[in-house]
Design a protein around this ligand. Structure first.
Ligand code: FAD
Length: 405
């Protein structure tokens, strides 16, 4: 099978790229190892444990790809405020959408909901889609690539995009170098019901062992459910995972300083080891990496998939421009335009997350003082906070047409 462009991975980011190229006239083929089936949505079903905090910029991308209606029709929880505080000090900072006259700071959406809304659109499109198609081998052949799937099928294309996630097979098979390190943190994720309503606020407490986030979810009119991301050292994560439900609810409520009262219900817990990984280059001749295949970062700022959607939007913009000019899409000079626009942004976000993480893990007194007074200082600077909020909303910076206002 031959295509102009093969996207390996129909996760959130690969699917978004495919849809962004829907009207390009290119013969685009998306392949994924999974079944790519869409589950009928049940509004009363428990929340999926994996969620994403989608920024306004991601929402705009998904609106322009006509995916957002499918998300809104399932479930998405807008949040208007964010409260961050230092659990072992006195510093705290509050951000609000109202400060920049926005309706929300973003939406908490289950990954499954985003994925299914994207798949609905992909199935309805003319784009080529191969389910249960797991890439096993990749090698250069002539001017392009030969891809072999586990079932023996062979595919060819001059341009391949790796959107196959943090453990990208494309990246490994193409020999792309990465820089990676362990955070020595695991994240426990699940959904919990609290005694008090979440007030459409995303809460984040920095504990001595790592950040604990309570992200607001909504089922019908019920505003007592939150998705939690509890990042902590592996031994502590293991201990918390081994607790029975009642003991876990108690430990969680205590770690969260009972800000939303007792934790009355908890869904099954998932424990995910956290690694930071960054490809040294996002492109080479005939190849581009996007989303988690290019970078995976600490979930503390909830930015992973937001960076991925911007990668997809910028790469689509670069390819569409190159098509208009009659340039070769697999030319590394064309693909480098994507890397130049995205790598500095992604690196800055990763460095900021790491700095934050280290600052909050640090024990020496001057650093404790810095973070307490720093948080309180920022809290009293409305202009600095508004700038931060505009940044988080994706209202500033080098935005591709799909994400711009
Ligand atoms: C605990 C936690 C919390 C997070 N919270 C947030 C958040 O609040 N906000 C946010 O923006 N991000 C968050 N993230 C990050 C976010 O989940 C990821 O950035 C996002 O899922 C990456 O999407 P992707 O499409 O690049 O990759 P993936 O979602 O991993 O998709 C990869 C796809 O490739 C397919 N695939 C893999 N290998 C092959 C192969 N060999 N052949 C064919 N197909 C293949 C897979 O089946 C899959 O469909 C969080 C991450 C963690 C761990």
């Amino acid at each position: 099978m031959q295509a102009d462009l093969i996207i390996v991975g129909a996760g959130m980011v690969g699917s978004a790229l495919a849809l962004a190229l829907e009207h390009s006239g290119l013969n685009v083929l998306v392949v994924d190892g999974g079944p790519l089936s869409v589950k009928p949505f049940d509004a009363q079903a428990p929340f999926e444990p994996r969620v994403s905090a989608l920024s306004a910029a991601s929402q705009r991308v998904l609106e322009r790809l006509d995916v957002w209606p499918g998300i809104a029709a399932r479930r998405a929880s807008p949040y208007r405020d964010m409260q961050v505080w230092d659990g072992s000090g006195t510093g705290s900072v509050h951000f609000s959408a109202a400060s920049v006259h926005a309706e929300s700071l973003g939406h908490i959406v289950e990954n499954r909901v985003v994925q299914d809304a994207l798949l609905d659109r992909l199935h309805d499109s003319q784009l080529g889609l191969l389910a249960n198609a797991r890439l096993e081998q990749l090698r250069r052949s002539g001017d392009g690539w030969l891809l072999k799937l586990t079932d023996g099928r062979e595919l060819r294309a001059p341009l391949v995009v790796a959107a196959d996630g943090a453990n990208s097979a494309v990246r490994r098979l193409a020999g792309c170098a990465t820089r990676e390190w362990d955070y020595l943190h695991h994240a426990i994720v699940t959904s919990v019901r609290c005694a008090r309503p979440h007030q459409r606020t995303a809460w984040q407490r920095f504990t001595d062992d790592g950040p604990l986030a309570f992200l607001p979810l909504q089922r019908g009119d019920d505003q007592h459910w939150c998705s939690i991301v509890w990042s902590t050292v592996p031994a502590e994560a293991e201990r918390l995972m081994a607790l029975d439900e009642e003991a876990f609810r108690h430990e969680l409520g205590k770690a969260f300083e009972w800000r939303l009262g007792e934790v009355s219900q908890v869904d099954p817990r998932l424990c995910i080891p956290l690694r930071q990984r960054h490809a040294k280059r996002y492109v080479e001749s005939g190849l581009a990496l996007i989303g988690d295949a290019a970078h995976s970062i600490h979930p503390l700022a909830g930015q992973g998939v937001n960076l991925g959607f911007l990668d997809a939007a910028v790469l689509a913009d670069v390819l569409l421009h190159a098509l208009e000019r009659g340039e070769q899409l697999n030319d590394v000079r064309v693909l480098s335009r994507y890397e130049r626009r995205r790598m500095p942004h992604n690196l800055a976000m990763m460095a900021a997350m790491e700095g934050f993480e280290r600052l909050f893990q640090a024990d020496p007194l001057p650093l404790r003082w810095l973070r307490n007074s720093g948080l309180n200082w920022v809290d009293e600077l409305p202009e600095a906070k508004a700038l931060f909020v505009r940044q988080a909303l994706g209202l500033v910076g080098d935005l591709p047409p799909l994400a711009s206002l």
